[in-house]
Design a protein around this ligand. Sequence first.
Ligand code: RIB
Ligand code: CA
Length: 314
Amino acid sequence: MKHKIILDTDPGIDDAMAIFFAFLSPQIEVLGLTTVFGNVPVEMSARNAQTLCALAEQDIPVCKGVGMPWVGKESGYAHFVHGDDGFGNINFPPAKIRELDPRSSAQFIVDMARQHPGEITVVAIGPLGNLALALRLEPALPKLLKGVSIMGGAAFVRGNVTPVAEANIWNDAYAAEIVFAAEWQLTMFGLDVTNAVPFTPQFLEELKLGNNKLGGFVRDAAQFYVQFYSQNREDKVCFFHDAMPIAHLIDPTLFEIQGGHARVSTDPLNIGQTSVALPGTTTSPDWLNAQQINVATQVDKVRLTQLYLDTYQA
Ligand code: RIB
Ligand code: CA
């Protein structure tokens, strides 16, 4: 039985690698791409998502979602990580199989959840504004979705935007607070696991060898991304954060998952911090009354890497 997913995304180089990984996996059925601001403005997210679908010959809905955080000013975006075009400045010609779906990302998530009750996992690999808005459109959404898996947060490690906050949460902390407090099965793949698996230029070459078109695109786009991640390092690496929640759906044994009460900070100093209280570590009602989530705390690097290479093998 394939996993039905909606990929909520801000492509983005690691998003692109994750999106192709999902398209190529026989265990995954992608019902649509719902886009959000984050790495790039939402208009570029949407255009890039259409281009990725065209390159992969996937004629599926692509929706444009929220372009602003729940609270506060417009994002500064992460062009310094993903390039001016979101694809490492490779100036890949925009393409599309179909026009954008007329629905917003949030409305598409709600419509699909109502159409396939209990069957869909939303895999959110960007800021969480679309999921928060979908919850406001349909308060019963937690009962209509099978689950929510996110790339985001940092439970027991440092952040990557501030000492305590990871980009997807920091970019829309109020939306994240709403999402973390909802009563769905939420599994968080934070920097605890995604920063634990660096990928080398050799891995990129192997992706291209295995799949010249899609692996080659990732390899080319990731050259800029490797430069960013390799500053102040002896070695050259990058991190494919966004593919991990998809890998978990395909093979849960790749990960150690722990349950805990989670809270998202929205105070100015710690905004975007995702703090998790593991069982028995607190008696504070502020924490014990917080929603329980699942947190990925360990990953089998060797088997994960092999799964990526095997799946990209055309
Ligand atoms: O912190 C990493 C996350 O932020 C990834 O999803 C990356 O694509 C960016 O959105
Ligand atoms: Ca992303």
